[in-house]
Every structure is written in structure tokens, then in C-alpha cells.
Design a protein around this ligand. Structure first.
Ligand SMILES: [Ca+2]
Length: 273
């Protein structure tokens, strides 16, 4: 009885610690500012570009609210890249939830056009896959292809109605156990990421083994078209990044085995490797 009441107290303490610590570190619904603060590789023309569209735009139809970003590339030869360094303190934000909405601007078809979403250390270009921790390929065929240490493709995940994509990424050296957006337990080993489409978990993958520095954290995100394929035509909206507090730090802070017990009951604990 005593243990139960202690763990209840500890649970409420922990909940308040988590709500204080969880930190929105970036969001953009494109309602103002256009691409200010972004690196956009070239100005928009008939071949390729990135432009702001609003909800009254008829071509292409924007399924999201207010303004959104329309990124397109209809010709080979060079890419369009839209990239944002969104935090310079990523080394203290090693567990992140990264979300955005994506829609095809034209109905899915057999064209090979691919817009690639990548994350990287701040100050490095996502033009190079070797700078990236992982990538999500938004293909005009409707396929969402996920590339990390291994890769998988998912049919009919991207369409004109829009999909909400959520990625949990663990750049820390700890194994993290957390409650995901569906309130299920999610375990990520060091250098792993999980992808959700419209709230459904697609899987967990390892990061690429390349130039990305995990200890520096993910500080940059963006979209780049594949120069080898034509027909990229995608609308992006509601980008957000939330830093998820590493429970190891808070556990040490509170320093109680009762707390660890209550953390596991909350579905939020850490196993040191
Ligand atoms: Ca918007």
C-alpha cells in the first residue's frame, strides 16, 4: 500500500517533469515568412522550384490548411533543395519527434519522380545522402520508401489527400523506451528511428552509417528532389520538431528505485547499454 502511494506520487512528479521538459524546438505551417530562413537551391521556374500555395490555390489543390510549400521538379539535370537548420543545440536534443504532412500535387501515377526528406547535422547539406541519418522518399507512384541501414517501401502511403508522417529518432547512445503517439510502447536503440504514417507504425530502422555525427544530433531537415528521376510534385505542410527529454537524466535527478518502477509503469524508462 505504501509502495503504491509512493509510486503514485512519483508518477505525478514525473509527469510534471516530462511536461516541463518536452520542448517544441521548431514548427512551420507556412502561414507567414515564405521560405525565409530556409536554404532554397534555386529560384522557381517551369522546370523546378519551391513556391508557397494557399488553400484557395486550384492548381495544385492544397489539402492542408492555410499556406503550404509546393516543391516540384519536372526536368533532370539538377535538383531542387529546400533545407532548414532548425536548432543549433541539437547535441542536447538527441531524442526527437519530427513530423510533417505530405501530399501529392497530382494523382499518383507511374512517373518515377521522388522527393527525398532527409535529416542531418546543422550546417551540413542534405544534398548528399552521406550527410544524412536517414531518408524518406516520397514517390509520385504513391510509395513511401524508407532508407536507413536497411530499406523498405510502402505502397499507397502518399496521395493527393495528404498523409501525416511522424518520425521518432534516437541519436543518443542510450536505449530509449517511450510512449508513442498511439500510446503504445516504443523502444529505440541508439541510432534508430521509427516511422509512422497517419498514426500507424510502419517500423523501426537503423541510421545510415556515414558522415552523420549522432552525438551532434539532428539539427537540420529538408527536402531534395532526385536528379535521376522526373516528376516530383509534392505539397508539404505543418513541419514540427519536438525534443523528447532523455529519461536517464531525469531518473538520475530523482534518484529513486520507486521512480524507476513508476517510469516503467508509465511506459517511459531507459536501459543503459
Ligand atoms: Ca499550412
Amino acid at each position: 500500500m505504501k509502495i503504491k502511494s509512493l509510486s503514485t506520487v512519483a508518477a505525478s512528479l514525473m509527469l510534471s517533469v516530462l511536461s516541463i521538459s518536452a520542448q517544441s524546438i521548431y514548427s512551420d505551417d507556412f502561414s507567414s515568412g515564405g521560405f525565409s530562413g530556409y536554404t532554397v537551391s534555386s529560384s522557381a521556374n517551369a522546370d523546378r522550384g519551391a513556391v508557397i500555395v494557399d488553400e484557395t490555390t486550384t492548381t495544385p489543390t492544397n489539402p492542408f490548411s492555410g499556406n503550404a510549400a509546393h516543391i516540384y521538379d519536372f526536368k533532370d539535370g539538377s535538383a531542387i533543395r529546400v533545407q532548414k537548420d532548425y536548432t543549433l543545440t541539437a547535441s542536447t536534443q538527441l531524442v526527437q519527434l519530427i513530423q510533417f504532412d505530405a501530399a501529392l500535387a497530382t494523382a499518383a501515377d507511374t512517373t518515377d519522380g521522388t522527393l527525398v526528406f532527409r535529416v542531418a547535422n546543422a550546417g551540413t547539406s542534405i544534398s548528399s545522402q552521406s550527410n544524412s541519418a536517414f531518408e524518406l522518399q516520397l514517390r509520385q507512384t504513391g510509395v513511401l520508401a524508407i532508407y536507413g541501414a536497411t530499406n523498405n517501401g510502402f505502397s499507397d502511403e502518399i496521395n493527393v489527400a495528404g498523409s501525416s508522417l511522424s518520425i521518432y529518432a534516437n541519436s543518443s547512445s542510450d536505449t530509449i523506451v517511450m510512449s508513442d503517439l498511439a500510446d503504445n510502447e516504443l523502444t529505440l536503440q541508439a541510432n534508430e528511428f521509427a516511422v509512422y504514417s497517419n498514426g500507424s507504425k510502419l517500423g523501426v530502422w537503423g541510421f545510415f552509417s556515414n558522415n552523420f555525427s549522432s552525438s551532434d544530433g539532428i539539427g537540420s531537415l529538408g527536402f531534395v528532389s532526385n536528379t535521376a528521376t522526373n516528376g516530383t510534385n509534392v505539397i508539404i505542410d505543418n513541419i514540427s520538431v519536438t525534443a523528447i527529454p532523455e529519461p536517464s537524466a531525469t531518473t538520475l535527478l530523482m534518484g529513486s528505485s520507486v521512480l524507476v518502477f513508476s517510469l516503467s509503469r508509465l511506459g517511459y524508462k531507459v536501459n543503459q547499454n
